[in-house]
Design a protein around this ligand. Sequence first.
Ligand code: NDP
Length: 424
Amino acid sequence: NQKKLNWLGFQKKERTERIQMLKDNGFLTEEFEQLLKKNENLPLETANQMTENGIGTFALPFSIAPNFIIDEKDYAVPMVTEEPSVVAGCSYAAKIIGKSGGFTTKILDRKMIGQVALYDILDFENAISMILENKNEILKIANDAHPSIVARGGGAINIEAKNIDEFLIVYLIADVKEAMGANILNTMLETIKMPLENITNGKSLMAILSNYATESLVKAECEVNVKLLSSSMETSIETAKKIELASKFAKLDIYRATTHNKGIFNGIDAVVIATGNDWRAIEAGGNAFAVKNGKYEGLTTWTFDESTNKLKGELTLPMPIASVGGSIGLNPSVKAAFNILGNPDARTLASIITSVGLAQNFAAVKALVTTGIQHGHMKLQARSLALFAGAKGKEIDIVVEKLLESGKSINLENVKVILEEIKI
Ligand code: NDP
């Protein structure tokens, strides 16, 4: 953190002023500054080539959560989400955690797993030993099907096989370098299908990548200085204890665990979408990983260390994120998001995204055990309603302020009345 960053008043600035601040803080190059200022989006011609039956493009808000420190490096994190208060919560958490030293991350591994399911196998034991005996040959066939990934230093590296019920499942493990690897693995798997049938005398049911990316685990950790949790030390300690309890609660009750994890994905998805990655893949893998201990649990763990007054947070989950492939090179907004993040490689991006998940969870849990979630939501809800009622420009802030001052319920009817009043 050689350079002192200035995010003063970022929340209250105009959109173009925020872009300027990103630039001034060294998070944006000239090219992308212009692109963002013009709000240049996915061109129709490109969009039409990307999916089938296209009729246009669909926009979502593009925001920034500043003040992230991850592995001792500063980041301003691009987030794409339609949900109010996600970016505010994330930014708040980043600031507090940043003041406590930031996030540290570990890439536990970065490989993708695919599978071929075989059936009609007469002798499982023999079939498995035949597969293992021919392992090198099968790996060669897989790699010959996608030589370019081998040329990049990656490729298929291992094969495992196991019998589950009537199936013989063959797992192919590959290093997919900077890609997410779906197409790479699917190509390899479809090529080894027939040789596997021949070796095992069985039939193949399907060959496909697995989104349960247990060989792509990323761990993010942080230690929050408890005194930053409130202005009184007594309240701060109480809050830290409650956050620990909340994390315990989310390990025990599936109703809470699901919502707890949804909150984590509020942050994760927003960055995954901004960086053009496959958020369904990340969600599916993360939710499956939440069941790794035999029941669905909250993915984060918070523990309060009374001897040091530190609240320790940890989040580990599969993060098979890519810096190339898919729509990454096609969407100018995605390129801008990469530019803002300093063009991270896949590993660094996975670390950033996992840290955002931990930050988002901290913000949500802290709000829940203190003021409650609605407190922070009210103002944002009032803003959404003001927009919905047709308020424009400065009218929006005036309507929100007057509605909150009035103490009346935050609903469309009351917003409309105030909007009428200020227009007179
Ligand atoms: P792509 O096939 O789009 O891109 C990967 C390709 O990028 C590689 O084959 C390689 O091709 C090229 N590349 C360039 N530089 C590198 C590098 N440094 N490291 C690795 N590859 C590089 O993407 P994926 O195979 O990653 O598949 C992701 C897409 O598949 C996503 O759009 C996803 O939505 C979709 N998908 C997901 C599924 C799932 O999750 N279950 C199933 C099916 C599809 P070359 O070497 O030839 O240049």
